[in-house]
Design a protein around this ligand. Structure first.
Ligand SMILES: [Zn+2]
Length: 52
């Protein structure tokens, strides 16, 4: 099984823990290294992020 490491879409750090993701209205999935990055991204891109 190969595990693909992603880079945080806010700060660029490697995403070590999965689960901090957001889905955009475009269908695109964004990955974050922590809840803080996810929260900031969500705040900055409120109009593009799908509400959960
Ligand atoms: Zn981050």
């Amino acid at each position: 099984m190969s595990e693909e490491k992603k880079a945080c879409d806010l700060c660029g750090l490697t995403v070590e823990v999965s689960g901090f993701t957001l889905k955009l209205k475009t269908g695109e999935q964004k990955y974050f290294c922590c809840d803080g990055c996810k929260g900031i991204y969500q705040m900055l891109n409120e109009d593009q992020v799908l509400a959960e």
